[in-house]
Design a protein around this ligand. Structure first.
Ligand code: GBH
Length: 442
């Protein structure tokens, strides 16, 4: 029992959600800075967030106290590149300092190159619709690699294209708040295919850049998400049914295979086939070192397509209203390794809870402890069945700006008081520290 030796226990965050300093040291606006007004609860934004830009030393000290082996953060594209070919040295210096601080604390940095805050200069020339974006992205990746790859080994190209394309251009819930839902099916498909292709080309070109320029031998993956289906029981038929639901032939952008088939297997799901040339697929399909995926819940209970009979009245849900489905990590790890034959890293898992500072001055969050305990039990089962699970990163190290939900939804192991910027480790922080120390669920 327990997890493998050298298991990569960690926590994750993303630039726009924690850094603040939205207009300091030469940072230019991104789509979340410039366009989110009127789209976020209570009119909130990430201008200050957790002020991590100024408090990163205190935050790294907390990570050290937690005992994590790895910390996944993202670099902000508009902080580092003020135009397609213009580097902002002060912005880059922030990440170099952060990496130094992490290394000094004995923590291995993991860099996500893109976690959603697209620079406005890229958006203004068409954003992910413009074919130029993959070269701009590769250029940005080169700048980051040149600055950090003497100390950074782990790289993730893009975080959750399902979400930033789906929410950003399809439903309109996230920046740049555009919607394709009213379009004619053929127009919609053309546009989705263009967005998808540009994201995948950006990924492939960034992998090439990292492989050719990184000073430390890089370990590269994506941080994907997609629908995960739990089988109704463990009969071969039910398992097969869940697998086909998860990787349908008629895939859509919400399915893992929409992204991962081209990137990992070099083949394209049915609906996308007319849009990709063999040449493009060669660029997109690059050797990867692991399959990173974010997973919060199984999709069996989703209702966005209409009422779903699987939904049980009163079923356990988090503060986001997401169902609590602990077996999701097991089935995701199993189905994803069976299809893609790569080692697995859970790049995000966690929950929003109704956390507040209680009358004793502490933040008690037994729901979160129980949530992680049960999800990790699923991951433990995967480990016991020799599924190559290399790491688990809790989302998030601290409470932060939860996109369109603003600051109400708290996912952190550390509570953040946004009035004072005081950090308070929650009970789950101490519990997770024990898990890491013992390399097993306590
Ligand atoms: C991630 O996105 C992001 O990477 C991160 O920035 C964010 O803060 C974090 O997770 C928490 O939101 O229909 O009820 O079954 C999460 C993307 C996609 C996860 C939709 C939940 C379905 C919920 N989400 N998904 S439900």
């Amino acid at each position: 029992m327990g997890f493998p030796k050298n298991f990569l226990w960690g926590a994750a965050s993303a630039a726009y959600q924690i850094e603040g300093a939205y207009n300091e040291d030469g940072k230019v606006p991104g789509i979340w800075d410039a366009l989110s007004e009127g789209h976020v609860k209570h009119g909130e934004n990430g201008n200050i967030a957790c002020d991590h830009y100024h408090r990163y030393k205190e935050d790294v000290a907390l990570l050290k106290k937690l005992g994590v082996k790895v910390y996944r953060f993202s670099v902000s594209w508009p902080r580092v590149m003020s135009g397609p070919d213009t580097v902002n040295p002060k912005g880059l210096a922030f990440y170099s300092d952060l990496v130094d601080e992490l290394k000094a604390a004995g923590i291995e940095p993991m860099v996500t190159i893109f976690h959603w805050n697209l620079p406005m200069w890229a958006h203004e020339k068409g954003g992910w619709y413009n074919a130029e974006i993959s070269d701009d992205f590769a250029n940005y990746a080169r700048v980051v690699a040149d600055a950090l790859s003497d100390r950074v080994r782990f790289w993730f190209t893009v975080n959750e294209p399902t979400t930033f394309i789906g929410n950003g251009y399809f439903t309109g819930a996230h920046a740049p708040f555009e919607s394709l839902m009213q379009e004619q099916p053929a127009v919609m498909m053309n546009k989705l295919a263009a967005l998808t292709k540009n994201v995948l080309l950006a990924h492939g070109k960034a992998v090439r850049v990292l492989r050719s320029r990184a000073k430390l031998a890089p370990k590269i993956g994506m941080a994907l998400n997609g629908s995960v289906y739990l089988p109704e029981n463990e009969s071969p038929d039910a398992i097969e049914k869940a697998r086909t639901q998860m990787f349908p032939e008629q895939a859509f952008f919400s399915h893992f295979n929409w992204w991962a088939d081209p990137a990992v297997l070099g083949c394209v799901p049915a609906g996308l086939q007319p849009f990709f040339t063999a040449e493009e697929l060669k660029v997109i399909c690059q050797p990867l070192d692991f399959f990173g995926f974010n997973c919060y819940n199984a999709s069996n209970y989703e209702e966005y397509m209409g009422p779903n009979p699987a939904v049980v009245p009163g079923m356990p849900r988090t503060a986001m209203d997401w169902p609590i489905t602990p077996d999701a990590l097991y089935w995701a790890a199993r189905f994803l390794t069976e299809r893609y034959h790569l080692p697995i890293i859970v790049t995000e898992n966690g929950m929003a809870n109704i956390d507040f500072v209680m009358s004793d001055g502490a933040v008690h969050d037994p729901q979160r402890i129980d949530f992680v305990k049960r999800y990790l039990a699923g991951l433990q089962r995967a480990v016991d069945e020799n599924i190559p699970v290399k790491g688990y990163l809790y989302w998030s190290i601290m409470d932060n700006f939860e996109w369109a939900e603003g600051y109400d939804k708290r996912f952190g192991l550390v509570y953040v008081d946004y009035q004072t910027q005081q950090r308070i480790p929650k009970d789950s922080f101490y519990w997770y520290a024990d898990v890491i120390k013992n390399n097993r669920i306590s």
